[in-house]
Design a protein around this ligand. Sequence first.
Ligand code: PAF
Length: 288
Amino acid sequence: MNVVTTISELRALLSAARAEGKTVGLVPTMGALHEGHASLVRRSVDECDVTVVSIFLNPTQFNDKQDLARYPRTLEADCELLRSCGADIAFAPSVEEVYTEPDHRVFSYPPTDSVMEGAMRPGHFNGVCQIVSKLFAYAEPTRAYFGEKDYQQIAVIRRMVADLGLSLEIVACPVVREASGLAMSSRNTLLTQQERAMAAHIYAALVASRAFAHAHSVAQTIQYTVARINAVAGLRVEYYSIVDGLTLADVQAWTDVPTVVGCITVYCGSKPIRLIDHISYRKEGEWL
Ligand code: PAF
């Protein structure tokens, strides 16, 4: 695996591959890689001739500088994992390499980027679009792989790709969960063993809410899910929204739109660590 830190090295490697007619898969990451990332990399390796994984802790998407400061940084272990998954190139640029000057571009895709995480973390999705659009320009991938754990992020990126008229394919990969049901996340390493056990209640409550939903309204299902999670000492729901799976606008009734998803953010423990997850209730007009 080639580990490169400059855009020109990356371009040189990829233009040689493209000249041979090879397809390029891009897996954008912020490092602190885990089995969830590994599943994206393996899928890209299966589906593309060349797989590039970017490792870049993007400062413009952190509205909370403390969150950025404590984000885990594990470059050596990340490269080990990528080698074992068969990645061809790890691209790990510095902040100065990527932001040679401040990025003043504004991306705005309401309601998709203005609700939920967009409302709680102002500027977050603008920063995500800034970096992802740059990575797409550097790598010109055939396909880009993102984890469905960040459900809203994929919806925003799809809108950006349509808006910019890019021809790449966005591949959404299923959430990878720990045995307890907790969605894998780089932030999980910041949890103690006890907090991990508490955090498992989040997905358990989401799964229980799916059975509850069949005989109850959207509002009742929100109330039920929030109460169930808040009843666990050490967990506090920031928001639970049941939304149109495509636009992410709130829904009032289950049959308002064909695809309905519940998206949640929960604070866990005393630091506290912010965890996100989601569950699908209906797909193309059918209960799941
Ligand atoms: O999901 C992430 O890790 C980041 O938001 C991404 C897509 C790599 C952009 O920095």
